[in-house]
Design a protein. Structure first.
Length: 256
């Protein structure tokens, strides 16, 4: 079911004019985001890449693409999935610096993503580490697909891109997944916004930040001993490292 999925001058407004008026205001300015991480838990894992694009009046106005230097090594599983290696992030900036810039980039925009709650949970955790709040409204293309394309066996981004013949030049790389999601969003709106406008209404995104517990003195001592034994230069701060971060680093060093 291919259509022209190039982000062009307000194709959504044209769709609305052709199909009739909706009772729900459709956002024309928004930020589409995708992240790559070391795992699935905002509490235990970290972001290694952020990709986003800011859409204004149906066109890409700005882009955001940056690696993040994680505190632990990227596992072979994540490298196989994303193509991101430890060498690629070796000289990247730390999470706090990149996330701070991203928060400024997305301003007060509605966030759009494929399973956007996942991206939001990591971003809100990152903002919390900076002492900042990150309250957002969002639209989830995954949830839209679940409601409108029930016969499709998979609602993954790659499956939906294949179904709609949307090109994704580098799947599982943050910016290219964000760009593919933007095209998917416009495609879904083209077919289904008038049929069920409520699916395209921005919803409050929620994620409850768990209380951060500092690493224990025993964990810090063990980390320091392991770093010395493994001849690793510590990239963590003993005064700020959390209990969960320390546990993860200890596991990584013990396996090294």
């Amino acid at each position: 079911m291919p259509i022209n999925t190039t982000l062009s001058t307000n194709p959504l407004k044209r769709t609305r004019e052709e199909k009739g008026k909706s009772l729900i205001e459709f956002p024309e300015d928004y930020c589409v985001v995708d992240i790559e991480t070391t795992g699935f838990s905002p509490e235990w894992d970290t972001i290694i890449e952020i990709g986003a694009l800011k859409v204004r009046d149906g066109k890409v106005a700005e882009r955001f693409m940056e690696f993040i230097h994680p505190q632990e090594e990227i596992s072979p599983m994540i490298t196989n999935l994303t193509g991101i290696t430890n060498e690629m992030v070796a000289n990247a900036r730390p999470a706090n610096a990149v996330i701070s810039d991203f928060l400024e980039f997305c301003e007060d925009d509605v966030l759009i993503g494929h399973n956007v709650g996942f991206d939001y949970s990591f971003m809100k955790s990152g903002a919390s580490n900076l002492g900042l709040t990150f309250e957002k409204f969002g639209i989830d293309t995954f949830k839209i697909a679940q409601r409108t394309l029930k016969s499709l066996p998979s609602k993954s981004l790659s499956s939906l891109c294949e179904y709609y013949q949307i090109e994704n030049k580098a799947a599982h790389r943050a910016y290219y997944d964000a760009l593919a999601t933007a095209k998917l969003y416009q495609t879904l709106a083209h077919y289904f916004e008038n049929e069920d406008p409520s699916l395209f209404k921005p919803q409050q995104l929620t994620y409850k930040i768990k209380k951060v517990q500092p690493a224990t003195a025993k964990q810090v001592a063990l980390l320091q001993r392991l770093c010395s034994q493994k001849k690793k230069v510590p990239e963590w701060n003993p005064d700020t490292i959390t209990r969960s971060e320390a546990s993860r680093l200890i596991d990584t060093l013990l396996k090294a």
